[in-house]
Design a protein around this ligand. Structure first.
Ligand SMILES: Nc1ncnc2c1ncn2[C@@H]1O[C@H](COP(=O)(O)OP(=O)(O)OP(=O)(O)O)[C@@H](O)[C@H]1O
Ligand SMILES: Nc1nc2c(c(=O)[nH]1)N=C(CO)CN2
Length: 207
């Protein structure tokens, strides 16, 4: 989506969740200052996604979904803890791209980081994860939900899944398919976040 469209979503999200824009921005600055030369530019995403079919993988998976993931011939993107869900069916699975705000274990991120493109998101409530994960990993793409700067990017999107879809659109994927998304299967704060994820995906024409 256009940056201005995202900023309007973001304005409403800040109000709805009472998140701090200043803390979101502080997290991005912390990411930038720890990562330094580890931050990649977007050429790698342009090359990987442009003109390709993309499958974005969420966490609610069945055996049939796992089969579809195995057979999919395009670019496979996992969203956050969906990587753990896929590995219940395909133990050695590594996606092409992993989009996350780093709720997975450090060990998992280090392991897959050597074999796929990590797109790591800094926000006001994961500064501890930024400080823990980034010293342990290699090159990655850094994102913020507020104002982008230097090699900290903003392609739009809120939760890992819709952020992955916005990124795939931004880099001109040929087609975007979602698997493992069930917006009803959550409660509390997670459910509230999924309401926004669904809205954003509808806005992007992915749902
Ligand atoms: N029922 C669901 N529960 C959780 N995530 C879902 C669900 N359906 C779709 N998703 C998508 O899969 C992504 C990865 O799932 P994960 O379990 O890491 O969620 P999360 O910890 O809430 O992620 P986030 O930090 O983005 O909120 C979510 O960001 C969301 O976009
Ligand atoms: N400040 C803040 N930003 C977010 C948060 C969150 O908990 N706090 N969660 C997200 C997706 O889970 C995405 N962005």
């Amino acid at each position: 989506m256009e940056f201005e469209e995202w900023i309007e979503f973001y304005r409403q999200i800040l109000i709805d969740f009472n998140f701090s824009k200043e803390e979101d921005e502080r997290s991005a600055v912390v990411m930038h200052s720890i990562a330094r030369e580890k931050l990649m530019d977007t050429l790698i995403l342009e090359k990987k996604i442009g003109g390709k079919d993309v499958l974005i993988i969420g966490p609610i998976l069945s055996e049939d979904d796992a089969e579809e993931i195995r057979e999919f011939e395009g670019v496979k993107i996992t969203a956050g803890k969906a990587i753990n869900a896929v590995r219940e069916f395909i133990p050695d699975f590594v996606p092409d791209i992993h989009v996350t705000d780093m709720e997975e274990s450090d060990d998992l991120l280090v392991e897959i980081g050597e074999r796929c493109i990590l797109v790591l998101h800094a926000h006001g409530d994961n500064i501890d994860r930024v400080m823990s994960v980034i010293p342990k990993i290699g090159y990655f793409v850094g994102t913020t939900q507020s104002i982008p700067f230097d090699k900290i990017y903003n392609f739009g999107g809120f939760t890992d899944g819709d952020r992955a879809a916005c990124m795939a659109k931004h880099f001109n994927a040929n087609g975007i398919k979602l698997i493992g998304f069930d917006f009803e299967r959550a409660e509390g704060l997670k459910k509230k976040k999924l309401v926004w994820a669904e809205r954003i995906l509808k806005h992007e024409g992915v749902l």
